[in-house]
Write a protein that binds this ligand. Sequence first.
Ligand code: FMN
Length: 198
Amino acid sequence: MNILIVYCHPSENSYTFQVLNQVKNILMEQNCSLEVSDLYANNFQSNLTENEYRREGAANTELPISKDVVEEHRKIENADRIIFIYPVWWSDCPAMMKGWFDRVYSVGYAYGQKADLPKMKIIKYGAIICTAGHANEFLNEIGIAQSMQSVMLDDRLGKRYEQKEMLILGGTLEIENVREKHKEQIKKLLVNLINCCG
Ligand SMILES: Cc1cc2nc3c(=O)[nH]c(=O)nc-3n(C[C@H](O)[C@H](O)[C@H](O)COP(=O)(O)O)c2cc1C
């Protein structure tokens, strides 16, 4: 099974990097084949250029797609499952991850106009794993957890994924209180991800 991980964090001395490694280790034990789009390591260009804006804004699919975006499309087409891993920053993903959606979800590929059907294949299972400083209870109480779920699952993953799951690993400000619980939650999500959908 081919799994694409889209990962966004600037530092290897981070909890999110530990989460990435845990995910990779479990998937490799299950003989999955992994491809990681490490956005910071690849210095991913997150801002839409003017030419890209012209392509998206006017839905002009005749205009060319940037080479780095074509490469991300290739990774998506090769994937059976996609996992996004990032820290919550200001109640959303980091700007570089947001830029991945802005640019890689190009018109004619991830969404269509009028009768044009998008070319992107339907991915069987998409997972969002994000770390958050606040506790899950607090993020639920203030409605931010629900808002992040709507944006990530309903809009950004949307109908492009048959099954979707979002795991908010909250409470990282007091990491030792949550580390073991997080490990169990990650294992459970990956069992679902591997076993789902036939
Ligand atoms: C710029 C920035 C903004 C942040 N915004 C939030 C936030 O809105 N909600 C939250 O729960 N935690 C927030 N945090 C805390 C991170 O989510 C937390 O540091 C991360 O999940 C785990 O730490 P790591 O950087 O070691 O991976 C923020 C951290 C930074 C650096």
